[in-house]
Write a protein that binds this ligand. Structure first.
Ligand code: ATP
Length: 373
Protein backbone atom coordinates (compact mmCIF):
# COMPACT_ATOMS: atom_id res chain seq x y z
CA UNK A 1 0.00 0.00 0.00
CA UNK A 2 1.54 3.33 -1.03
CA UNK A 3 2.56 5.68 1.75
CA UNK A 4 1.22 9.20 1.85
CA UNK A 5 3.24 11.70 -0.16
CA UNK A 6 5.37 14.12 1.78
CA UNK A 7 3.36 17.29 2.13
CA UNK A 8 5.34 20.35 1.21
CA UNK A 9 4.99 23.87 2.39
CA UNK A 10 7.57 26.32 1.17
CA UNK A 11 8.39 29.65 2.77
CA UNK A 12 9.58 33.04 1.65
CA UNK A 13 13.17 33.80 2.45
CA UNK A 14 14.42 37.35 2.90
CA UNK A 15 18.02 38.42 3.44
CA UNK A 16 18.37 42.09 4.38
CA UNK A 17 21.74 43.77 4.42
CA UNK A 18 23.56 40.51 5.11
CA UNK A 19 27.35 40.77 5.45
CA UNK A 20 29.96 38.31 6.59
CA UNK A 21 33.48 39.32 7.53
CA UNK A 22 36.26 36.87 8.38
CA UNK A 23 38.75 39.10 10.23
CA UNK A 24 39.38 41.88 7.68
CA UNK A 25 38.16 39.82 4.70
CA UNK A 26 34.64 40.45 3.40
CA UNK A 27 33.12 37.19 2.11
CA UNK A 28 29.58 38.56 1.68
CA UNK A 29 28.78 42.23 1.39
CA UNK A 30 25.41 43.84 2.23
CA UNK A 31 23.35 41.31 0.40
CA UNK A 32 19.63 41.88 -0.11
CA UNK A 33 17.72 38.96 -1.49
CA UNK A 34 14.03 38.12 -1.51
CA UNK A 35 13.03 34.64 -2.61
CA UNK A 36 9.31 33.91 -2.86
CA UNK A 37 8.01 30.64 -1.45
CA UNK A 38 8.33 27.69 -3.82
CA UNK A 39 11.06 29.27 -5.94
CA UNK A 40 14.02 27.27 -7.17
CA UNK A 41 16.89 29.73 -7.01
CA UNK A 42 20.51 29.07 -7.97
CA UNK A 43 23.37 31.03 -6.42
CA UNK A 44 25.88 30.97 -9.25
CA UNK A 45 29.42 32.26 -9.22
CA UNK A 46 33.11 31.40 -9.36
CA UNK A 47 35.01 29.77 -6.53
CA UNK A 48 35.35 32.05 -3.52
CA UNK A 49 32.54 34.48 -4.41
CA UNK A 50 30.66 33.77 -1.18
CA UNK A 51 27.99 31.26 -2.25
CA UNK A 52 28.64 28.70 0.46
CA UNK A 53 29.03 31.37 3.13
CA UNK A 54 25.60 32.74 2.16
CA UNK A 55 24.08 29.27 2.36
CA UNK A 56 25.71 28.61 5.73
CA UNK A 57 24.26 31.82 7.13
CA UNK A 58 20.77 30.81 5.96
CA UNK A 59 21.29 27.39 7.56
CA UNK A 60 22.45 28.96 10.83
CA UNK A 61 25.92 27.39 10.61
CA UNK A 62 27.55 30.80 10.36
CA UNK A 63 26.44 34.01 12.07
CA UNK A 64 26.20 37.09 9.84
CA UNK A 65 28.35 40.06 10.82
CA UNK A 66 25.43 42.33 9.94
CA UNK A 67 21.90 42.06 8.61
CA UNK A 68 18.83 39.90 9.17
CA UNK A 69 17.43 36.69 7.76
CA UNK A 70 13.76 35.87 7.83
CA UNK A 71 11.99 32.71 6.77
CA UNK A 72 8.23 32.65 6.30
CA UNK A 73 8.04 36.08 7.90
CA UNK A 74 9.89 35.07 11.09
CA UNK A 75 13.26 36.60 11.94
CA UNK A 76 15.58 33.61 12.36
CA UNK A 77 18.87 35.55 12.50
CA UNK A 78 19.49 34.52 16.10
CA UNK A 79 17.96 31.05 15.95
CA UNK A 80 20.30 28.06 16.16
CA UNK A 81 20.51 25.84 13.12
CA UNK A 82 18.27 23.02 14.40
CA UNK A 83 15.42 25.42 15.16
CA UNK A 84 15.28 26.80 11.63
CA UNK A 85 12.87 25.32 9.09
CA UNK A 86 15.73 24.51 6.75
CA UNK A 87 17.73 21.45 5.79
CA UNK A 88 20.92 21.11 3.78
CA UNK A 89 22.07 18.58 1.20
CA UNK A 90 25.84 18.62 0.79
CA UNK A 91 28.10 17.43 -1.98
CA UNK A 92 29.41 14.70 0.29
CA UNK A 93 26.27 12.74 1.04
CA UNK A 94 27.30 12.03 4.63
CA UNK A 95 25.27 8.83 4.87
CA UNK A 96 25.94 6.43 7.73
CA UNK A 97 27.74 3.49 6.08
CA UNK A 98 26.59 0.87 8.59
CA UNK A 99 22.89 1.75 8.34
CA UNK A 100 20.55 0.61 5.59
CA UNK A 101 19.20 3.22 3.19
CA UNK A 102 15.84 3.37 4.91
CA UNK A 103 17.43 3.67 8.36
CA UNK A 104 19.56 6.50 7.04
CA UNK A 105 16.46 8.34 5.88
CA UNK A 106 14.56 7.57 9.11
CA UNK A 107 17.48 8.53 11.37
CA UNK A 108 16.57 12.19 12.00
CA UNK A 109 12.88 11.34 12.41
CA UNK A 110 13.67 8.69 15.03
CA UNK A 111 15.89 11.17 16.88
CA UNK A 112 12.91 13.49 17.00
CA UNK A 113 10.77 10.54 18.17
CA UNK A 114 8.41 10.88 15.22
CA UNK A 115 5.92 8.00 15.60
CA UNK A 116 5.68 6.76 12.02
CA UNK A 117 9.31 7.43 11.21
CA UNK A 118 9.71 4.31 9.11
CA UNK A 119 6.56 4.96 7.05
CA UNK A 120 7.70 8.48 6.37
CA UNK A 121 11.17 7.30 5.43
CA UNK A 122 9.54 4.89 2.99
CA UNK A 123 7.50 7.73 1.48
CA UNK A 124 10.71 9.71 1.16
CA UNK A 125 12.41 6.88 -0.68
CA UNK A 126 9.41 6.54 -2.97
CA UNK A 127 9.67 10.18 -3.83
CA UNK A 128 13.23 9.70 -5.08
CA UNK A 129 12.30 6.34 -6.64
CA UNK A 130 14.56 4.24 -4.45
CA UNK A 131 12.03 2.32 -2.34
CA UNK A 132 13.14 -0.93 -3.99
CA UNK A 133 16.66 -0.48 -2.56
CA UNK A 134 15.53 0.39 0.99
CA UNK A 135 17.48 -2.42 2.66
CA UNK A 136 20.79 -1.87 0.91
CA UNK A 137 23.79 -0.19 2.51
CA UNK A 138 25.07 3.11 1.03
CA UNK A 139 28.18 1.45 -0.41
CA UNK A 140 25.92 -0.74 -2.56
CA UNK A 141 24.49 2.33 -4.32
CA UNK A 142 25.82 4.47 -7.15
CA UNK A 143 26.84 8.07 -6.50
CA UNK A 144 23.62 9.38 -8.00
CA UNK A 145 21.53 7.00 -5.89
CA UNK A 146 23.38 8.00 -2.73
CA UNK A 147 22.69 11.63 -3.53
CA UNK A 148 18.99 10.80 -3.90
CA UNK A 149 19.04 9.14 -0.47
CA UNK A 150 20.59 12.29 0.98
CA UNK A 151 17.81 14.27 -0.68
CA UNK A 152 15.10 11.97 0.74
CA UNK A 153 16.66 12.27 4.19
CA UNK A 154 16.53 16.06 3.96
CA UNK A 155 12.95 16.12 2.62
CA UNK A 156 11.42 13.85 5.28
CA UNK A 157 12.42 16.39 7.91
CA UNK A 158 9.96 18.72 6.20
CA UNK A 159 12.07 21.79 5.82
CA UNK A 160 10.34 24.80 4.28
CA UNK A 161 13.57 25.84 2.63
CA UNK A 162 15.98 23.24 1.25
CA UNK A 163 19.62 24.27 0.81
CA UNK A 164 21.73 22.40 -1.73
CA UNK A 165 25.48 22.98 -1.65
CA UNK A 166 26.96 21.72 -4.95
CA UNK A 167 24.93 18.52 -4.45
CA UNK A 168 25.82 17.15 -7.88
CA UNK A 169 29.48 18.14 -7.78
CA UNK A 170 30.79 14.62 -7.25
CA UNK A 171 28.86 13.05 -10.12
CA UNK A 172 30.11 12.49 -13.65
CA UNK A 173 28.69 14.73 -16.38
CA UNK A 174 26.05 12.37 -17.73
CA UNK A 175 24.64 11.47 -14.32
CA UNK A 176 24.83 15.10 -13.34
CA UNK A 177 22.60 16.17 -16.23
CA UNK A 178 20.14 13.40 -15.40
CA UNK A 179 20.01 14.38 -11.71
CA UNK A 180 19.46 18.03 -12.64
CA UNK A 181 16.24 17.07 -14.39
CA UNK A 182 15.17 14.81 -11.50
CA UNK A 183 15.94 17.38 -8.83
CA UNK A 184 13.91 20.01 -10.68
CA UNK A 185 11.01 17.56 -10.96
CA UNK A 186 11.12 16.76 -7.25
CA UNK A 187 11.23 20.45 -6.38
CA UNK A 188 8.09 21.05 -8.44
CA UNK A 189 6.36 18.12 -6.73
CA UNK A 190 7.17 19.16 -3.17
CA UNK A 191 6.76 22.89 -3.81
CA UNK A 192 9.50 23.85 -1.36
CA UNK A 193 11.87 26.78 -1.70
CA UNK A 194 15.15 25.39 -3.05
CA UNK A 195 18.42 27.31 -2.85
CA UNK A 196 21.04 25.62 -4.96
CA UNK A 197 24.70 26.63 -4.92
CA UNK A 198 26.74 25.90 -8.03
CA UNK A 199 29.58 27.27 -10.13
CA UNK A 200 28.23 25.49 -13.23
CA UNK A 201 26.30 27.99 -15.37
CA UNK A 202 24.58 25.32 -17.42
CA UNK A 203 23.39 23.60 -14.24
CA UNK A 204 22.03 26.86 -12.84
CA UNK A 205 20.24 27.75 -16.06
CA UNK A 206 18.78 24.27 -16.57
CA UNK A 207 17.32 23.95 -13.10
CA UNK A 208 16.52 27.28 -11.56
CA UNK A 209 13.52 29.60 -11.93
CA UNK A 210 15.77 32.40 -10.78
CA UNK A 211 19.55 32.68 -10.98
CA UNK A 212 21.52 35.07 -8.78
CA UNK A 213 24.98 35.63 -10.24
CA UNK A 214 27.48 36.34 -7.47
CA UNK A 215 30.86 38.01 -7.75
CA UNK A 216 33.14 38.98 -4.87
CA UNK A 217 30.53 38.73 -2.14
CA UNK A 218 27.78 40.56 -4.03
CA UNK A 219 24.86 39.64 -6.25
CA UNK A 220 25.83 41.10 -9.58
CA UNK A 221 22.56 40.35 -11.38
CA UNK A 222 19.48 38.27 -10.71
CA UNK A 223 16.71 37.08 -13.01
CA UNK A 224 15.31 34.16 -14.90
CA UNK A 225 17.91 32.30 -16.97
CA UNK A 226 16.79 33.69 -20.31
CA UNK A 227 16.77 37.30 -19.08
CA UNK A 228 20.26 36.95 -17.68
CA UNK A 229 21.60 35.36 -20.83
CA UNK A 230 19.92 37.71 -23.30
CA UNK A 231 20.44 40.89 -21.35
CA UNK A 232 23.47 40.81 -19.09
CA UNK A 233 24.04 44.08 -17.27
CA UNK A 234 27.75 43.67 -16.57
CA UNK A 235 30.72 42.19 -18.43
CA UNK A 236 31.14 39.68 -15.61
CA UNK A 237 27.63 38.30 -16.15
CA UNK A 238 27.99 38.41 -19.95
CA UNK A 239 31.18 36.33 -19.77
CA UNK A 240 30.19 34.01 -16.94
CA UNK A 241 26.96 32.93 -18.66
CA UNK A 242 28.27 31.75 -22.00
CA UNK A 243 30.34 33.56 -24.59
CA UNK A 244 29.96 37.13 -25.71
CA UNK A 245 31.74 39.59 -27.94
CA UNK A 246 32.36 42.83 -26.04
CA UNK A 247 33.45 45.82 -28.08
CA UNK A 248 34.34 49.24 -26.65
CA UNK A 249 32.59 52.09 -28.46
CA UNK A 250 31.40 55.67 -28.17
CA UNK A 251 27.84 56.94 -28.46
CA UNK A 252 27.76 59.46 -31.33
CA UNK A 253 24.05 60.11 -31.89
CA UNK A 254 20.60 59.74 -30.41
CA UNK A 255 18.09 58.03 -32.69
CA UNK A 256 14.93 57.99 -30.59
CA UNK A 257 14.52 54.49 -29.15
CA UNK A 258 18.14 53.69 -29.91
CA UNK A 259 21.55 55.29 -29.96
CA UNK A 260 24.20 55.15 -32.65
CA UNK A 261 27.55 53.88 -31.47
CA UNK A 262 30.92 54.16 -33.15
CA UNK A 263 32.93 50.98 -32.76
CA UNK A 264 36.36 51.25 -34.39
CA UNK A 265 34.93 53.38 -37.17
CA UNK A 266 31.81 51.25 -37.72
CA UNK A 267 28.38 52.72 -36.94
CA UNK A 268 26.13 50.43 -34.93
CA UNK A 269 22.69 50.71 -33.46
CA UNK A 270 21.83 49.89 -29.85
CA UNK A 271 18.27 49.93 -28.43
CA UNK A 272 18.23 52.20 -25.36
CA UNK A 273 16.17 49.65 -23.43
CA UNK A 274 19.05 47.18 -23.73
CA UNK A 275 21.77 49.43 -22.40
CA UNK A 276 22.92 50.28 -18.89
CA UNK A 277 24.43 53.46 -20.32
CA UNK A 278 23.38 55.43 -23.43
CA UNK A 279 25.97 58.18 -23.66
CA UNK A 280 29.72 58.60 -23.83
CA UNK A 281 32.04 55.62 -23.57
CA UNK A 282 30.20 52.32 -23.56
CA UNK A 283 30.69 48.69 -24.50
CA UNK A 284 28.60 46.92 -27.12
CA UNK A 285 27.91 43.25 -26.61
CA UNK A 286 26.52 40.51 -28.82
CA UNK A 287 26.30 36.76 -28.35
CA UNK A 288 28.16 34.74 -31.02
CA UNK A 289 25.09 32.75 -32.09
CA UNK A 290 23.14 35.92 -32.84
CA UNK A 291 25.52 36.83 -35.68
CA UNK A 292 25.54 35.68 -39.27
CA UNK A 293 28.73 35.34 -41.19
CA UNK A 294 29.17 35.48 -44.97
CA UNK A 295 31.94 35.95 -47.46
CA UNK A 296 32.25 39.71 -47.92
CA UNK A 297 30.97 39.87 -51.52
CA UNK A 298 28.02 37.58 -50.88
CA UNK A 299 24.78 39.23 -52.04
CA UNK A 300 21.94 39.90 -49.64
CA UNK A 301 23.89 40.54 -46.44
CA UNK A 302 24.89 44.15 -47.05
CA UNK A 303 22.08 45.92 -45.22
CA UNK A 304 21.43 43.56 -42.34
CA UNK A 305 21.65 45.71 -39.20
CA UNK A 306 24.93 45.93 -37.33
CA UNK A 307 27.98 44.76 -39.19
CA UNK A 308 31.65 44.01 -38.75
CA UNK A 309 34.17 43.25 -41.47
CA UNK A 310 37.15 41.05 -40.78
CA UNK A 311 39.39 38.18 -41.79
CA UNK A 312 38.77 34.60 -40.68
CA UNK A 313 41.61 33.39 -38.43
CA UNK A 314 40.20 30.01 -37.60
CA UNK A 315 37.22 27.82 -38.43
CA UNK A 316 36.58 24.77 -36.20
CA UNK A 317 34.02 22.18 -37.17
CA UNK A 318 32.40 20.79 -34.01
CA UNK A 319 29.69 18.61 -35.53
CA UNK A 320 26.62 20.68 -34.65
CA UNK A 321 28.25 23.89 -35.81
CA UNK A 322 31.36 25.54 -37.15
CA UNK A 323 32.99 28.10 -34.85
CA UNK A 324 34.80 31.05 -36.35
CA UNK A 325 37.39 33.39 -34.94
CA UNK A 326 37.52 36.53 -36.99
CA UNK A 327 40.12 39.30 -36.73
CA UNK A 328 38.42 42.69 -36.95
CA UNK A 329 40.70 45.71 -37.38
CA UNK A 330 40.56 48.05 -34.38
CA UNK A 331 38.54 45.56 -32.28
CA UNK A 332 40.44 42.30 -32.12
CA UNK A 333 39.16 38.75 -32.30
CA UNK A 334 35.42 38.22 -32.58
CA UNK A 335 33.81 34.79 -32.25
CA UNK A 336 30.75 33.54 -34.06
CA UNK A 337 29.36 30.28 -35.30
CA UNK A 338 27.06 28.82 -37.90
CA UNK A 339 24.85 25.79 -37.66
CA UNK A 340 26.03 22.86 -39.68
CA UNK A 341 23.86 23.08 -42.80
CA UNK A 342 26.24 21.18 -45.01
CA UNK A 343 28.49 23.88 -46.34
CA UNK A 344 30.60 26.37 -44.39
CA UNK A 345 30.26 29.97 -45.55
CA UNK A 346 33.93 30.82 -45.07
CA UNK A 347 37.40 29.44 -44.46
CA UNK A 348 40.56 30.82 -42.85
CA UNK A 349 41.95 33.80 -44.75
CA UNK A 350 38.56 34.80 -46.21
CA UNK A 351 37.30 38.36 -45.89
CA UNK A 352 33.91 38.16 -44.19
CA UNK A 353 30.99 40.26 -43.09
CA UNK A 354 29.34 39.47 -39.77
CA UNK A 355 25.92 40.98 -39.18
CA UNK A 356 23.22 40.89 -36.54
CA UNK A 357 19.97 42.62 -35.69
CA UNK A 358 20.36 45.69 -33.45
CA UNK A 359 17.81 44.19 -31.02
CA UNK A 360 20.32 41.46 -30.11
CA UNK A 361 22.88 44.05 -29.07
CA UNK A 362 23.34 44.96 -25.40
CA UNK A 363 25.15 47.92 -23.92
CA UNK A 364 27.43 47.90 -20.89
CA UNK A 365 29.50 50.42 -18.95
CA UNK A 366 33.06 51.02 -20.13
CA UNK A 367 34.10 51.03 -16.45
CA UNK A 368 33.54 47.25 -16.37
CA UNK A 369 36.48 44.90 -16.44
CA UNK A 370 35.82 43.30 -19.84
CA UNK A 371 37.85 40.22 -19.05
CA UNK A 372 35.95 39.50 -15.80
CA UNK A 373 33.93 36.29 -15.56
P1 ATP B 1 33.48 27.53 -3.65
O1 ATP B 1 32.66 27.37 -4.89
O2 ATP B 1 34.94 27.40 -3.89
O3 ATP B 1 32.98 26.75 -2.49
P2 ATP B 1 32.17 29.87 -2.56
O4 ATP B 1 31.63 30.87 -3.52
O5 ATP B 1 31.21 28.94 -1.95
O6 ATP B 1 33.35 29.09 -3.25
P3 ATP B 1 32.81 30.64 0.10
O7 ATP B 1 33.11 29.28 0.58
O8 ATP B 1 31.54 31.25 0.52
O9 ATP B 1 32.93 30.71 -1.47
O10 ATP B 1 34.01 31.57 0.53
C1 ATP B 1 34.04 32.97 0.24
C2 ATP B 1 35.36 33.54 0.71
O11 ATP B 1 35.40 33.55 2.14
C3 ATP B 1 36.55 32.74 0.26
O12 ATP B 1 37.58 33.65 -0.12
C4 ATP B 1 36.97 31.96 1.49
O13 ATP B 1 38.36 31.75 1.51
C5 ATP B 1 36.54 32.86 2.62
N1 ATP B 1 36.16 32.10 3.82
C6 ATP B 1 35.17 31.20 3.91
N2 ATP B 1 35.10 30.68 5.15
C7 ATP B 1 36.09 31.27 5.88
C8 ATP B 1 36.54 31.17 7.23
N3 ATP B 1 35.94 30.37 8.12
N4 ATP B 1 37.57 31.94 7.60
C9 ATP B 1 38.16 32.78 6.71
N5 ATP B 1 37.80 32.92 5.44
C10 ATP B 1 36.77 32.19 5.00
Amino acid sequence: QPSAPIPGSGADLVLSGISKHFADFTAVEEMDLTIPSGTFIALLGPSGCGKTTTLRMIAGLEAPTAGTISIGGDDVTKLPSHKRPVNTVFQSYALFPHLSIIDNVAFGLKQKKVRDAMAQAKAGLEMVELAHLANRKPAQLSGGQQQRVALARALVNRPRVLLLDEPLGALDMKLRRQMQVELKKIQMEVGLTFIHVTHDQEEAMTMADVVAVMNQGRIEQMGNPRELYELPRTAFVANFLGKSNLMPGTVVADAGDSVVVDVAGQRMELPKSRAVKTEGQIVLGVRPEKMRIAEVHMQGFEHAGNQLLGTVLDASFTGVSTEYLVEVPGIGTVGTFTQNLGQDPAKPGDEVRMSWEPEYTFGLDREDDLSAG
